[in-house]
Write a protein that binds this ligand. Structure first.
Ligand code: F6P
Length: 341
């Protein structure tokens, strides 16, 4: 069988582990030919192919990024995009497609599957917001990096008696903020799931700096927003592709905190560092498990499904149930972050 594979949306560490698993298992176990498409859906629409062999996957398990390249392009949102995809699949005689991506890629995958293409998807995003799976590839590495950053910020915050704001990624979900905040022992975690009241933040900081310690670390998700009706007005600033503008929430917070408390405050925006470098063992393992599950599923003739982690098990969930939904941080985890402040 000729099986296509692509990686779409933002890159994450662990993608190469998944590609490697698809090629190794596909070629070695099932006798398939695996055809990569460069730069996500863009390459599939343009017919930009990279036939993958053992050569391409040698020594990639521990590498970050994606050996196939990626792009923020979705054929379902472009004029004639789906037709171009179908034309390439026919020209390349591709019988099944494995798409590795986050929400946008998965949405496109579900549309292409509806057009009759045998399709299995794999969830990846540092945001961990893909519905239907406990974990997405890349999240563990991002949390590890963000936690290390909070640990490092700790010593300089304490030395200078400062309020340190650490902004992490996550779009409209607070998974990285909450988990790195708990793991790094942040004094405050501000996540989109629990809109904040700046008056309470200021009261908390004043009380802490008077009674306990003269420094504080606030981990804020890029998508965090003030609660409606509170004294800070702020709407999430969006960029050209609807992405949240990095640094906008933390700079607003810094200005409010400095003005209302007089405390010396600094901002660190972690940005793309969270998506770079080598994947953690957990992401290598998850990428490998999802890759094997996906190629096995297409071999069995499954279609319109996504690999997912449920507890300790890898299962398949219907793609149509996943697309367009956001998995948010549960209240219990937000409460742990709040209670341990
Ligand atoms: O979805 C992953 C993510 O890293 C988000 O956390 C972030 O908002 C966005 O992508 C950044 O996008 P880009 O890499 O296109 O700037």
């Amino acid at each position: 069988m000729r099986v296509g594979v692509l990686t779409g949306g933002g890159d994450v560490p662990g993608l190469n582990a998944a590609i490697r698993a698809v090629v190794k298992r596909g070629e070695g176990e099932h006798g398939h030919s695996v055809i990569g498409f460069r730069n996500g859906w863009r390459g599939l629409a343009d017919g930009d192919v990279l036939p993958l062999t053992r050569q391409h996957i040698r020594n990639v398990l521990a590498t970050g990024g994606t050996l196939l390249g990626t792009a923020r392009y979705h054929p379902n949102e472009a004029d004639g995009g789906i037709d171009a995809v179908l034309a390439t699949l026919e020209a390349e005689r591709i019988e099944a497609l494995i798409c590795i991506g986050g929400d946008g890629t998965l949405h496109a995958a579900s549309k292409v599957a509806e057009a009759g293409v045998r399709m299995v998807a794999i969830p990846k995003t540092i945001d961990n917001d893909v519905w239907g799976t406990d974990r997405s590839i890349g999240f563990d590495t991002a949390v590890t990096i963000a936690t290390e950053a909070v640990d490092r910020i700790h010593t300089t915050a304490e030395s200078h008696n400062r309020v340190m704001i650490v902004e992490v990624m996550g779009r409209s979900a607070g998974w990285i903020a909450t988990t790195a905040g708990i793991a790094g022992g942040a004094e405050l975690v501000l996540a989109p799931e629990a809109p904040f009241d700046i008056d309470r933040v200021v009261r908390f900081l004043k009380h802490r700096h008077r009674a306990h310690a003269s420094f504080s670390i606030i981990v804020v998700a890029e998508g965090a927003v003030p609660a409606a009706g509170t004294s800070m007005e702020y709407e999430t600033q969006l960029g050209r592709f609807g992405e949240i503008v990095a640094g906008s929430v933390s700079e607003r917070l810094k200005a409010e905190i400095e003005q209302r408390t007089g405390f010396d405050t600094r901002v660190t925006v972690l940005g793309h560092i969270q998506r770079g470098g080598i994947p953690t063992p957990a992401d290598r393992i998850l990428g490998s498990r999802f890759g094997v599950a996906a190629i096995d599923a297409v071999t069995r003739g499954e279609t319109g499904v996504m690999t997912a982690l449920r507890g300790d098990d890898v299962v398949l969930v219907p793609l149509a149930d996943v697309a367009g939904k956001v998995k948010h941080v549960p209240a219990e985890m937000l409460e742990v972050a709040r209670a341990l402040a």
